[in-house]
Design a protein around this ligand. Structure first.
Ligand SMILES: NC(=O)C1=CN([C@@H]2O[C@H](COP(=O)(O)OP(=O)(O)OC[C@H]3O[C@@H](n4cnc5c(N)ncnc54)[C@H](O)[C@@H]3O)[C@@H](O)[C@H]2O)C=CC1
Ligand SMILES: O=C(O)C1=N[C@H](C(=O)O)C[C@H](O)C1
Length: 253
């Protein structure tokens, strides 16, 4: 049995995970953390991690970038592994996560779905074939109108995956409106659409001379992310300090 603290328990993802864990005898949410207290849960809810008095094996985090500093500090101090799913972290926070890997087990992933994590691997190969052949790489992501960060963490992770396979030679372009010049060969464009209740779409476009290859992932429900996070939490219980990702969870299955 894995005992989990749910950081951001009263948000959309927190509630989706609450529902999934209630049906799974191998994991229990033993406490929730949220600054919003308008939802009744079957576990105790605290307004901050520092007020939490409940012991746990792992913290699952789907909250807000502003909550991540306290999350890292708590995980390191209490030696509780963290499944870090919140996106939109600042450069400083990303550096802090790198340092925290030395002190506690952290699985950080901008997208917990099997589809996106498999796509990241496929894109490495595709980028190595198409980029040297002169294809331009563009990513278009679409999400609901409540999303705070842009581009999505997933779009950045997909771009990072391609860039890593291309010796980090590419820069990212998020906005062309002020540029008034042609796109550079060594750039990956990232565009964001926000509207309605779109769960999450990511389209990676390789555009060449007279031919275009597109890879597309569509999430039809938040459950794909929630199920991945629950599997990640079970995987991370008892792990020693270090940097883990969803590829480790998928490989362990
Ligand atoms: N890695 C992945 O697969 C996925 C990541 N996400 C990311 O997860 C995050 C949350 O997404 P949603 O649940 O859709 O957002 P949401 O806005 O519905 O929920 C966030 C919850 O965090 C709470 N919160 C805010 N500040 C807090 C603090 N200091 N401590 C504890 N709780 C706090 C809010 O009150 C809210 O209930 C976002 O950054 C989103 O991009 C979302 C879906 C999938
Ligand atoms: O905010 C969301 O909803 C999502 N956020 C993640 C991201 O920023 O990539 C993952 C998923 O696409 C849903």
């Amino acid at each position: 049995m894995t005992r989990a603290i749910m950081n951001g328990c009263n948000g959309k993802m927190g509630q989706c995970i609450t529902g999934i864990c209630a049906q799974d005898e191998d994991i229990e949410i033993v406490a929730g953390i949220d600054t919003y207290d308008g939802i009744k849960n079957d576990y105790p809810v605290f307004a901050s991690l520092k007020e939490c008095t409940v012991d746990a094996d792992v913290i699952i985090d789907f909250s807000n970038a502003k909550a991540v500093d306290a999350l890292l500090a708590y995980g390191v101090e209490k030696q509780i592994p963290i499944v870090l799913c919140t996106t939109g972290l600042s450069e400083q926070q990303l550096a802090d996560v790198e340092k925290a890997y030395e002190k506690v087990a952290i699985l950080k992933s901008a997208n917990m779905s099997l589809g996106i994590n498999t796509l990241m691997e496929l894109l490495k190969k595709a980028a190595q074939v198409f980029a040297p052949a002169g294809f331009d790489m563009e990513i278009v992501e679409k999400h609901h109108n409540q999303k705070l960060d842009a581009p999505s963490g997933t779009a950045l992770a997909l771009a990072d995956s391609m860039n890593e396979a291309l010796d980090e030679a590419y820069t990212y372009t998020y906005d062309r409106s002020q540029k008034r010049k042609k796109r550079d060969k060594y750039e990956i464009g990232l565009s964001s659409v926000r509207g309605g209740n779109i769960v999450g779409e990511h389209e990676v476009i390789f555009a060449g001379q007279d031919e275009v290859i597109e890879f597309k992932h569509t999430a039809y429900s938040k459950a794909v992310f929630a199920k991945g996070a629950v599997e990640a939490a079970k995987f991370l219980k008892g792990k020693s300090a270090g940097h883990y990702d969803m590829a480790d969870v998928i490989a362990a299955k």
